[in-house]
Write a protein of this length. Structure first.
Length: 565
């Protein structure tokens, strides 16, 4: 009896243990699942989110520090040694900057030198640091610096009239990012051969000028001339991709110097729907195009009077020095005559977005300020064609804008005998340069249009297309298709083109009426693509119309010749 009683008790106890174990494991599994969910939620939180839950005093410093706090130790040490830095840097700046100012001295001044130079008692503050992973064999560091200084800088200026003016530079406020590159890395202390430094980004530079014992406005244009000289000197001698090299160990560091890597061909085609800046009439737009904002490197287009949809079709060439960081800038202005031009809008294109050897056709929306991301006001668009040509590019690439564009062996022999512009990654040798004139026959087939806007009272239109070359003004037109918003023409026209790279094809869509005609819209295109590709078919929106697309086929039959520049 006791045997059976013990067996029952043992089985019951064992089953209970099993049930308890299973229950415990289920609870643990549920807790682990809830904990994983909580950890995943915390992983998505930012420092700002966590601060909404707990105050900052509950966090260790390594969680809540900012870039400014990371560099507190560096700023503290810089403040301590600043009097010694000031003394040494003042002499260094005087020796290095005076020749630069003299080089960029405006024509209205006879001389431009420092009579006094001290950086004051306020040390700059480093507000951020980052390490740049650029794939190079070295270390690249960027330091963000802010300086609201109290320097004592006096320029001894003499005008062409012999008048001497001591001009003091005051109230300097500067914010920028400096790039430091330590390369090459070596096995000898301090483990790098040289230091390169440059101003990677100039965020802000404010200063004021005061004539000691007089008024700086006494001489018209003096303030603008001095300010322009200072900004040009900074941009051209210190701003990236320019870099200054300081050798640390003996060696050849010529490979660290700035070297052009290619050319950028820019065709400023047109703009449309520009904001009107004039009270009477329309704006007189012109554009400035540049990579580096220096006077001799900024290209300016012609002015198109009284027009909000200007057509420029102008070609510019720029030297590219760093494809990964440089950008192309376009600024469109309204010409105000004797007054300063008023900015309509600006745009930019990162050069790293360009595919070498391939023309990129872009429409860019204009904004008031490239630094303001929330600018949503529509100011119009600008149309560009871009072609990046790296030095030494092979694989059969032909630059239609370049001096080596050729179609026959005879022209190659003729061209080679006279020379051209030869460039590689290190040097550029300029010989006699020629303008390229591309002659040929452009065959245009106007295929059809679709979804044209209603023009007639009966809800239809009687469309036809006028084709003409902008430079030569040779014209043709299609037949009229009555009562159709989706006309089909399939008509081909040939144009003899004398200068294909600088001409344009314009297709205007009109509505035929018994007593006249109504303009509906147009399509404008350069001949760059058809010259490169030979032929292609395209369908483009009709600019100026509420709706509609125009389909056409282009074919190019070339006969290139050359003309001496």
């Amino acid at each position: 009896m006791s045997f059976f009683f013990g067996l029952v008790i043992g089985i019951t106890f064992g089953v209970g243990l099993i049930i308890a174990f299973v229950h415990s494991e289920n609870i643990r599994s549920k807790r682990r699942s809830e904990l994983a969910t909580t950890v995943a939620a915390f992983a998505k939180m930012t420092v700002q989110d966590s601060r909404k839950i707990l105050p900052a005093e509950f966090y260790p410093s390594w969680v809540v520090f900012s870039q400014r706090q990371k560099l507190t130790w560096l700023n503290l040490q810089l403040t301590k040694i600043w009097p010694y830095v000031n003394e040494a840097a003042s002499e260094l700046i005087r020796a290095n900057v005076e020749p630069v100012l003299e080089e960029y001295r405006p024509v209205i001044l006879a001389s431009l030198k420092f009579s006094k130079l001290t950086l004051g008692t306020v040390a700059p503050q480093f507000t951020g640091v980052s390490i740049i992973e650029d794939g190079s064999e070295g270390i690249t560091m960027e330091l963000e610096l802010k300086w609201d200084g109290n320097p004592r800088i006096v320029l001894d200026i003499k005008t062409l009239l012999g008048v001497g003016l001591p001009v003091e530079i005051k109230n300097i406020a500067f914010t920028g990012v400096f790039r430091l590159m330590f390369r090459p890395l070596v096995e000898e202390f301090p483990c790098f051969g040289a230091v390169c430094y440059s101003l990677r980004e100039k965020k802000n530079l404010d200063l004021s000028l005061k004539v000691v014992g007089g008024n700086v406005q006494a001489i018209p244009g003096l303030v603008d001339a001095i300010m322009g000289t200072i900004h040009d000197a900074i941009e051209d001698t210190l701003t990236w991709p320019v870099r200054k090299i300081i050798p640390i160990l003996p060696g050849d560091y010529s490979d660290l110097e700035l070297k052009p890597v290619g050319t950028l061909e820019v065709k400023l085609v047109q703009a449309k729907e520009l904001t009107n800046k004039d009270i009477i009439g329309k704006s007189d737009p012109f554009a400035k195009v540049y990579i580096r904002p220096l006077h001799d490197k900024i290209k300016t287009s012609k002015t198109i009077n009284n027009e909000l949809n200007p057509i420029w079709n102008e070609h510019f060439e720029f030297v590219v020095e760093d494809l990964s960081t440089q950008q192309l800038f376009v600024k469109v202005y309204d010409d105000e005559g004797v007054q300063a031009a008023e900015l309509i809008g600006c745009a930019q294109v990162p050069l790293k977005d360009l595919e070498p050897g391939k023309v990129k056709d872009v429409w860019l929306k204009l904004v008031k300020d490239l630094q303001v991301q929330r600018d949503t006001k529509y100011r119009g668009q600008v149309h560009l064609e871009l072609l990046y040509c790296p030095y030494g590019m092979e694989n059969g690439f032909v630059n239609p804008f370049g001096t080596k564009y050729s179609m026959t062996s005879l022209e190659k022999v003729y061209k080679g005998g006279d020379g051209a512009e030869v460039a590689d990654g290190a040097t550029t040798t300029t010989r006699k340069k020629r303008d390229v004139i591309v002659r040929g026959v452009l065959s245009v087939t106007v295929i059809s249009a679709e979804d044209l806007p209603v023009v007639d009272l009966m809800g239809k239109a009687d469309p036809y297309v006028v084709l003409y070359m902008k430079k030569t003004e040779n014209k043709n037109k299609t037949r009229v298709v009555n009562d159709s918003l989706n006309p089909v023409w399939n008509q081909t026209f040939d144009f003899v083109v004398e200068d294909g790279l600088h001409d344009m094809l314009i297709l205007e869509v009109w509505d035929h009426d018994t007593f006249g005609k109504d303009y509906m819209g147009r399509c404008i295109m350069t001949l760059t693509r058809v010259i490169l590709e030979g032929e292609y078919k395209e369908s483009l929106p009709v600019d100026g119309a509420k709706s509609g697309k125009l389909s056409f086929h282009l074919k190019w039959m070339p006969q290139p010749i050359y003309r001496d520049a």
